[in-house]
Design a protein around this ligand. Structure first.
Ligand SMILES: NC(=O)N[C@@H](CC(=O)O)C(=O)O
Ligand SMILES: [Zn+2]
Ligand SMILES: [Zn+2]
Length: 425
């Protein structure tokens, strides 16, 4: 195993130091460790962060390997500074059995670029009718702790209650895609001024807020852990603020795109901007940014949702919802939050690792800590070229935008997965 000496690097924004990585851990920090055998990387101007952790990634394998595979998605993640991703269950077949989650977990190990932690489905086939084998998935080699029907809402309140109760036995968590289906039938975009002008059926904010309100009450009632996926409205933030003040065990995530883009993008009729939940208003974006800063929202999660060209480059109404996120998330966070490194480390690494129970991730580089870390060049600016992305899909909403920040290197258990901005395998 090669040792690496990263010199003159700022650890999470602190004064520059040296970092010696050996045998999978951070062996030493401080000025000038002697390690003649180590490969030296000049860290001048770079910031070392704990490897990013994504609570919400769609890897599309099994079933849509033309859009993404565990390997291609893992490579995109490593290039984005991630060392762990939680893979959503809406694959084909659905990840609703021990067999499927173990398959995804093994494929992640084989790719060896990030730790792939499978999420299990809450209900069989995501159909919302009966609970999947939650216990068998928890006991499997994949040790599933997060369960989600993402893509669909667990709309039936009795089923949601039973799921919340069931996972308590192994400190599991239900991650809800909050969308009251009766309020979003035929919806194409956010319900508001722009949808009225364009004549597109709207997805009202209340369809999200009503489910979050119901679920925080259910979680409080049964004393279970709830996680809210891709929060997108100012009203949702207020419901979460209220629930957290009452001590409900709820956590929440926001995506990079909901922190940056608004429903005005729909005026282009370019389906690259079609996503669930939809892009909202500038007032919602402002509320989400404030909630991320003050902690009502715990995490930035990508909702990386690759789609094949034929599913995306078509008429708006027929296009699948979803956009890429892994390779641009840190840049969007840097753009939105500025160089608040401690906040970025908290929202993109420490908090998601805690929520997912990934003990060897989300730890600031320090002696003895597993060397899961990433090096960022905050001064770099790059133009996003869809063709250059490692993802198999091309549906990035940031095409040809100039974004701040570049991932220079990523280490997984002391081994580089990215060096000089390029994937090593
Ligand atoms: N976000 C999306 O618009 N799409 C996701 C599903 C989801 O996250 O709800 C997908 O799987 O494509
Ligand atoms: Zn969703
Ligand atoms: Zn999703």
């Amino acid at each position: 195993m090669t040792a690496y000496l990263i010199t003159n690097v700022s650890v999470v924004g602190a004064a520059p130091t040296d970092l010696l990585i050996r045998d999978g851990v951070v062996a030493e920090t401080g000025a000038g460790p002697t390690a003649p055998d180590a490969t030296v990387l000049d860290g001048t101007g770079l910031v070392a962060l704990p490897g990013l952790v994504d609570l919400h990634t769609h890897l599309r394998e099994p079933g849509r390997e033309d859009a993404e595979t565990v390997e291609s998605g893992s490579r995109a993640a490593a290039l984005g500074g991630y060392t762990a991703v939680c893979a959503m269950a809406n694959t084909s077949p659905v990840a609703d059995t021990a067999g499927v989650v173990e398959q995804v977990w093994r494929l992640g190990r084989e790719a060896g670029l990030v730790d792939v932690q499978p999420i299990g489905a809450v209900t069989v086939g995501l159909a919302g009718e009966r609970l999947a084998e939650l216990g068998a998935m928890a006991d499997s080699a994949a040790r599933v702790r997060i369960f989600s029907d993402d893509g669909h809402c667990v709309a039936d309140p009795r089923l949601m209650r039973r799921a919340l109760e069931y996972v308590k036995a192994f400190d599991g968590i239900i991650a809800q895609h909050a969308e009251e289906p009766r309020l979003t039938e035929g919806a194409q975009m956010h319900e508001g001024e722009v949808s009225t002008r364009l004549g597109l059926t709207g997805w009202p904010a209340v369809a999200e807020e009503a489910i979050i309100a119901r679920d925080v009450l259910l979680a409080e009632h049964v004393g279970s852990r709830l996680h809210v996926c891709h929060v997108s409205t100012a009203g949702s933030v207020e419901v979460l603020r209220h629930a957290k003040a009452r001590g409900v065990r709820v956590t929440a995530e926001v995506t990079p795109h909901h922190l940056l883009l608004t429903d005005a993008k729909a005026e282009t009729y370019d389906p690259v901007y079609k996503v669930n939940p939809p892009l909202r208003t500038a007032a919602d974006v402002a509320a989400l940014r404030a909630a991320l800063a003050d902690g009502v929202i715990d995490v930035v999660a990508t909702d990386h949702a690759p789609h094949a060209v034929e599913d995306k480059e078509c008429e708006w109404a027929y296009a699948r919802p979803g956009m890429l996120g892994l390779e641009t998330a840190l840049s969007i966070a840097l753009d939105v939050l500025g160089p608040q490194w401690d906040l970025i480390a908290e929202r993109m690494s420490r908090a998601p690792a805690r929520i997912a129970g990934l003990d060897s991730h989300g730890l600031d580089p320090a002696p003895g800590v597993p060397a899961n870390l990433t090096l960022v060049d905050p001064a770099a600016r790059r133009v996003i070229e869809p063709a250059d992305l490692a993802s198999r899909s091309r549906n990035t909403p940031y095409a040809r935008m100039t974004l701040p920040g570049r991932i220079v290197a990523t280490f997984l258990r002391g081994e580089p997965t990215v060096l000089d901005g390029k994937a090593v395998k």
